[in-house]
Design a protein around this ligand. Structure first.
Ligand SMILES: Cc1cc2nc3c(=O)[nH]c(=O)nc-3n(C[C@H](O)[C@H](O)[C@H](O)COP(=O)(O)O)c2cc1C
Length: 315
């Protein structure tokens, strides 16, 4: 009809040389290896999908209870349970590759530098992985259990080591920062200087809950990671601080549950966003956010979603 033309918004973004059809990425650990959710959501609709964290060897994870719902959030101490990089390559990746048009990002972790390198080496040999996301929120068992992400020299070391191996495949390295630090901008700079092609944040906040009746901790591991809407304003602040500190693209996450949350992270400086905990109450949350983000852009006359990045109006 004349006069009712409404252009669709351009949702394309690019992160460290990877073209994404939209900026909405499924976060690590919340949709398994993707294939398990095939009947529920269309991974093809998302900008990308990040696998559950992969290690050199399979890991059983922590004893239950491992999750607990809190006010507007959830605690988890899954303990990085996974089938291991080799089984992922053998059993899951071929299936993911058969789905057309899905950008797969492999999330990698380890307990020492060599673990990270070996895991990336295993994955390097396979087709169908667009990038690596390094989970550095893990203790370094060779350095007294210090968490890589909270010590600049360990972060520098693991990033540089991972980058050396990732470079052999030409795949970009996204370093996923922990929010459990006082100087997030400083840590973002360390990762960038050590070779990160992009930075993602935030991982979960170290937290705890106790049952007043039984006086027992709610989580067998005692401490756990807090995620979900409860952490969003802190995550937005950290993304803003990190994005101002580095030149590489930033992927923002932490409590995103709707399109406006995604817009908020982009205005703070994110080039793309990840959706995690929201998938627990709506497995199609990320897909819905893609749909609503396009509507939001059309309604707000935003021709290209990438215009939003660092588009905050400073008062
Ligand atoms: C159950 C669960 C498992 C997770 N597993 C991983 C993981 O294996 N690797 C990782 O880097 N982050 C993992 N995360 C962190 C999320 O990817 C994300 O950084 C965090 O939950 C914040 O985003 P959200 O509030 O949207 O969930 C996990 C989170 C949850 C809730």
């Amino acid at each position: 009809m004349a006069g009712t033309y409404t252009a669709a918004a351009d949702l394309n973004v690019s992160i460290a040389g990877i073209a994404l059809k939209n900026p909405v990425i499924a976060a690590s650990g919340t949709l398994g290896y993707g294939v398990e959710f095939e009947d529920v959501l269309s991974l093809e609709r998302l900008g990308a999908f990040v696998t559950k964290g992969l290690s050199r060897e399979p890991m059983a994870g922590n004893p239950p209870p491992r999750v607990f719902e809190t006010a507007a959030g959830m605690l988890n101490a899954i303990g990085l349970q996974n089938i291991g990089a080799q089984a992922f390559v053998r059993e899951k990746l071929p299936h993911l590759n058969r789905l057309k048009n899905v950008v797969v990002i492999a999330n990698v972790f380890g307990s020492c530098r060599e673990d990270y390198q070996e895991t990336i080496r295993i994955l390097n040999d396979s087709e169908g992985i667009a990038a690596y996301e390094l989970n550095v929120s893990c203790p370094n068992t060779k350095r007294g259990g210090l968490v890589f992400a909270t010590h600049p020299e360990l972060l520098d070391e693991v990033t540089a080591a991972a980058k050396r191996v990732a470079s052999a495949s030409g795949r970009p390295l996204i370093v996923k920062l922990s929010p459990n630090v006082t100087d997030i901008a400083g840590m973002a700079r360390v990762a960038e200087n050590a070779g990160a092609d992009a930075i993602s944040l935030v991982n979960t906040f170290l937290a705890m809950a106790i049952d007043p009746e039984t006086r027992k901790p709610r989580i067998a591991n005692l401490t756990a990671g807090l995620s979900g809407p409860a952490i969003k304003p802190i995550a937005v602040r950290m993304v803003w601080e990190a994005a101002r500190a580095v030149g590489v693209p930033v992927v923002g996450m932490g409590g995103i549950a709707g399109a406006e949350d995604a817009v908020e992270f982009m205005l703070a400086g994110a080039s793309a966003v990840e959706v995690g905990t929201a998938s627990f109450w709506d497995p199609r949350a990320a897909e819905h956010i893609v749909r609503d983000l396009e509507r939001w852009c059309v309604q707000h006359r935003v021709a290209r979603v990438s215009e939003l990045t660092r588009g905050m109006a400073e008062t």
